[in-house]
Ligand binder design. Structure first.
Ligand SMILES: [Zn+2]
Length: 432
């Protein structure tokens, strides 16, 4: 029997969830039509009135919302409540353009935090636990989301934020943190630091919740072994609320979507057509009961699959498999789609750690990919012959995975800068 935060909802029969979704969706569309002029204009431009949308069966008629739509109407895109009713904003990082600002009423904050509480409970978390939140706080949703979820569940919450590894480890050991929440790359860095300082037997961690960047199954196993924990995936995006849109249970075979708040579709990214369950395509979300920022049919650019197979944890929410990668992270090199997570998987499989950097360039009109990889202390050698052999082996393994040639440079341990938030894995020097 799994550990739930809201068992009645989390294990509700699928037919009842569908009825609840339909009821919320009808109300939400009336709210958007009446209170969100940006989206109403889009509906009118598509020749739609509110009467055309009776249930979720009609959702395919509605226009999509893209990140560009939200940026275009900055800073008040999709705002559907007076600012006097809003109590918080969060914002995207803006690394790929103008920031998107998300607005929350108190109700919106409550449902977001409940979703995060469900995620922590799914790792076995209870009020007895000490939750160390090492995601960044501030505009980034990672810290505030898990912080709120930990409060709702009644855990002792350590609002560490990111960075300052010495202080992280001091609180982790002195206060006996049992659950850690951070990016997977920072978890790997913490594991490395714990090993170096010989702190492993002073660590009481049993679970970790890791998200906000793409990570591979190999990296999961690596973190689980090095920290002696079970590592859970969590998914979310600021445009929809933040972390906790979906979360993993003990089965670790995909993330349950909080379907009472978010309706998920998979579409063909080229035609926009809705695809049947089980098909791979782009993930699209509609917020069913958010008040201030009720984004409708938001195109996430994440490529994944939805499945409603019975889960051993007892939850009935549909599951999404780990996205293959955000299309924003995807590189096109020599015409081939390359996800950094694929390269990471090869490195871990070959006994390296996830300390690497990809440099993409264009020389004589042809793309080049250089991969800098740190040697582990165990593999470290200054025998150039051996280094060259190891590099050749990695080149072959990468070629087998990606289908293209990547030049590999093995570098000394610790020579690639560590991230304390989202890792910077890719430097693209191409001027296109
Ligand atoms: Zn489950």
């Amino acid at each position: 029997m799994s550990n739930y935060f809201q068992p009645a909802i989390e294990t509700m029969p699928a037919a009842q969830i569908k009825a609840l979704q339909n009821e919320k969706f009808r109300k939400q569309m009336a709210h958007v039509w009446n209170d969100c002029p940006d989206y109403r204009r889009k509906m009118e431009a598509a020749g739609l009135t509110l009467d055309d949308i009776q249930s979720l069966d009609d959702i395919g008629k509605l226009p999509f919302t893209s990140k560009d739509d939200l940026r275009e109407h900055y800073p008040y895109a999709m705002l559907a409540k007076p600012l006097a009713d809003c109590v918080r904003i969060q914002s995207t990082s803006g690394t790929t353009g103008k920031r998107v600002i998300a607005y929350y009423t108190q109700h919106d904050i409550d449902i977001w935090e409940e979703c995060c509480a469900r995620a922590i409970a799914a790792t076995g978390g209870t009020k007895e636990d000490v939750v160390q939140v090492s995601y960044g706080y501030g505009l980034f949703t990672g810290g505030p989301g898990l912080n709120g979820g930990s409060h709702k569940l009644g855990c002792l919450t350590l609002p560490m934020s990111s960075g300052n590894t010495d202080r992280q480890l001091q609180f982790m050991t002195d206060l006996g943190a049992t659950i850690i929440c951070c990016t997977p790359s920072y978890a790997a860095y913490l594991a490395e630091s714990i090993k170096e300082r010989g702190l492993r037997d002073q660590i009481k961690l049993k679970a970790g919740i890791f998200g906000a960047e793409a990570w591979s199954e190999e990296m999961r196993r690596d973190i689980e072994q090095s920290l002696g924990i079970k590592a859970y995936d969590i998914y979310g995006l600021t445009e929809i609320s933040g972390p906790g849109v979906s979360f993993e249970c003990e089965e670790q075979t995909g993330m349950h979507i909080n379907e009472d708040h978010f309706y998920a579709e998979i579409i063909d990214p080229d035609t926009g057509e809705i695809l049947p369950e089980g098909a791979e395509g782009e993930l699209v979300f509609t917020c069913l009961d958010k008040e201030a920022f009720p984004v409708i049919r938001y195109r996430t650019k994440d490529i994944c699959v939805l499945t409603r197979k019975t889960c051993s944890c007892g939850r009935t929410f549909i599951k999404m498999v780990k996205p293959r990668g955000r299309s924003d992270d995807m590189l096109i090199i020599k015409g081939v789609n390359v996800f950094p997570s694929q390269i990471e998987a090869v490195l871990l499989e070959q006994g390296y750690q996830a300390n690497y950097q990809l440099i993409v360039d264009r020389v004589n009109n042809s793309d080049t990919l250089d991969v800098n990889v740190e040697m582990t202390p165990e593999k470290f050698t200054d025998n150039l012959g051996q280094v060259s052999e190891m590099e050749k082996k990695l080149v072959a393994a990468l070629k087998a995975m990606l289908g293209i040639y990547a030049k590999v440079h093995l570098v000394a341990p610790k020579s690639i800068t560590r991230s304390e938030g989202k890792a910077v894995r890719v430097i693209d020097n191409r001027k296109i």
